[in-house]
Design a protein around this ligand. Sequence first.
Ligand code: GLC
Length: 682
Amino acid sequence: MIRKITYGTPFDTEAVTGVFEEWAGELPYFTQEEGRKFSYTMEEEDIVYGLGENVRGINKRGWIYESKCSDDPNHREDKRSLYGAHNFLLVDGKECFGVFFDYPGKLVFDIGYTDRNVMTVEAEEGNIAVYIMEGENPEMIVKQFRGLVGRSYIPPKWAFGYGQSRWSYMNEDEIREVVKKHREAGIPLDSIYLDIDYMVKYKDFTVNEETFPDLAGFAREMKDQGIHLVPIIDAGVKIEEGYDVYEEGVKNGYFCKEENGEEFVAGVWPGRVHFPDMLREDTRKWFGGKYKILLDQGIEGFWNDMNEPAIFYSEKHLKEVFEKLEDFKGINLDNEASASLHQLVDGLSNNEEDYKLFYHEHKDGRVRHDKVHNLYGYNMTRAAGEAFEELEPDKRILMFSRSSYIGMHRYGGIWTGDNLSWWSHILLNLHMMPSLNMCGFLYTGADLGGFGADVTEELLMRWLELGIFTPLMRNHSAWGTRRQEVYRFTQTESFRRIIELRYALLPYIYSEYMKAALHDEMMFRPLSFVYPSDRSARRVEDQLMAGESIMIAPVYEQNARGRYVYLPERMKLVRFRGPEDRKEEILEKGHHYVEIALDEVVFFIRPDHLVPVSRGGQYVEQVDFDHLGLLGFVEESASYELYDDDGYGKDYENPGNYTRVYVNKNGGVSSTGTDGKTFALL
Ligand code: GLC
């Protein structure tokens, strides 16, 4: 049973939808001060998991983190927060429990930073709801937690295909060219993302008619080639007379206001904007309804951005800075003076003080933004999700967001924001997968190849070798950086083959995703969850269990041509070049150095496990999910429960979506369940 302990009068974040018991007794495990500071003494062996999207390792011990949704493109080790606020922790060691701090403002998690063996969680003020989960093992705890916060978002099947994105696809022709190059080279592709450049002056729900003269026609043309267009939507609404979204928002009072009742003005891409008050139901309904403008043009997916919300400057602060700049004119800019000049100007963007300047009209009363800061992106995406339920009740719409709070996982996935073309960010991508899964975010992935900085061919290739396993598989990069569509490099053939492998693995990836979503489970697990009594496995931070049958161990170092891999049990190593082109080798439990050529995808199959694979295709709809091959490591006998459905509708509970396939010791294959599915052991 999940216990809820309440301090003060917590804000209702609506993160929790499940069952719990109101607990009047003491908070177990922790000592607490003033109902806002909680401490737990860790044993040397304790591992602390959680925090979803954040820096550093899978085991969060040894650093200090903050829940403070931040637009920060420098995901360095010394940062404390990224775009999301995911306040779930799981302690596994002397004690085994999970804890969710449901609190919409800033939280500081000092997990052995000030004192190596002490974890403290501190809220800015009281008014916090703490949920405690206990269970036999981490997986049971996660399952309970996920039951508490509700089913994870399920995207359409095509969203498991490969997506190409770039901030600066300026017009239809440029996109046609990108698609053509992929198709000519036989590189599978399912989606092209439209970044802010498709809009008129960065105004939400507008389309630039000079560069995209007929979006509906273009969407149709693309769809005929198996491509979905996925436009971006930003949080801020441009202030401009005559722009209907702005005018309607002002007329109906939908925008966030300052204390004096005037609309708060911030600067983002379009210049001066207002922020819709996403914490209000009527605003959500209005803003969500706007997605219809694009849905009506044949669009079936979106990404929500800048919804921390990102603030380049507030009008008020900008004015102050301009005034202060006067003081610098004509003075000798020595060390101190030039530092304060920089500080003055740099302090304009994403300044926490600005979050104190505006308010939300929530159903429970007026609340200053900073106190509920972490709920903004969540509610923007909820606005869209709720609208999709009404507008397209029987259809799945792709949606993922940059900012998030637990609860948002019911309405969309997330991408992990503006990473860099750095080797360390491949590993960071891997670290975040299980942490995010615990918190309910299953549809997730990083900007493959890196968003900022210039990519190299080798980095992109290695990153894709991880990316073929992540549900969201999107290559995205920033304006001004080296272009990184895979066909631009010398080893196009290798890229094609690697991406083809994703399509070959789709039956497995989709099935594992859907089972994780439908049963409140994780798709990516740390090795320690599966091999809890293996002391070495417990410490592995650069390998993951990807679904029930596979372990992955990607290369994330420049010029490496292999890596050390720890096998917690005897496994089958598969050098995967395609369903019919692969090399296999049985490796014993223990440490191994495994050679992995630059263009090689290697994974490991657990004993008596199976991996269903297809023959691939140029896009998801072409993939045959009915006639499947089976990769397996069968010592005694193995079985696999395959989930499959039409990929568009929502008939998730239909028992006909499940097929069980069995392979016996002699390689005999049989199956029960859906008619029409055939399996052949490869
Ligand atoms: C933000 C997003 C990025 C996007 C850019 C322009 O930085 O995180 O993905 O490309 O804005 O819209």
